[in-house]
Ligand binder design. Sequence first.
Ligand code: ATP
Length: 228
Amino acid sequence: MSLLTLSGLTARYGASQALFGVDLEVGAGEVVALMGRNGMGKTTTVKSICRMIPSEGRLAFDGRDLHALPSHRAARLGIGLVPEGRRCFADLTVAENLLAAARPGAWDMDAVTAFLPRLGERRHQRAASLSGGEQQMLAIGRALMTNPRLLILDEATEGLAPIIRQEIWSVIGRLKRETGMAILLIDKSLRELRQVSDRAVILVRGKTVWSGAMDTLTADVSERHVGV
Ligand code: ATP
């Protein structure tokens, strides 16, 4: 059964409609890439899933209609977000940032710092003093502390040096192999997305135009709709 289901999802910012019919499924343990050129609605889809903006259509998580739940309840169902731009509390330490996100479950401070040792080494440092890559690790650690069943990463490698991007991809690969967590990924690097993702969904102007197994995504389709 699919863990996350979007069907015919629409969303708007005030008078301007941004999503016109997004169809997307993520199964338990599956890694799905959400792709499309800039401005096609990827982040808006993520905000809709996390109930940060209103949407219409079918939006279900683990068989529950998310639109029927108050948004704070939806967040507790187990959707962990690593948002675009990281957004950690700059004035809090690494440990305080992690604890602020904590929800009961196997991912506690010890488990997260064992999985991401750099966070353990930096636990008493303020988030503002971390490098870009370390802040991204902290954003991932914070999402893990919520004990998600689905982890959403929105441009987690953006703005980082190539070697640091590789570290983030390696963390994503370990999450897939070692935890079997369901993951929804947005990223500009097609090569890395291809390596880690089971399936892909492509948006054009707020609508799903292609979805399928990653190994069936041809260069022709991805060049036409994603631009790479
Ligand atoms: P990117 O790769 O650039 O982040 P995206 O695929 O994530 O692109 P969205 O950010 O979801 O695209 O944007 C989809 C559409 O919604 C765009 O036309 C964008 O201009 C519009 N949009 C996004 N955020 C807002 C907002 N806060 N208010 C009004 N319109 C918005």
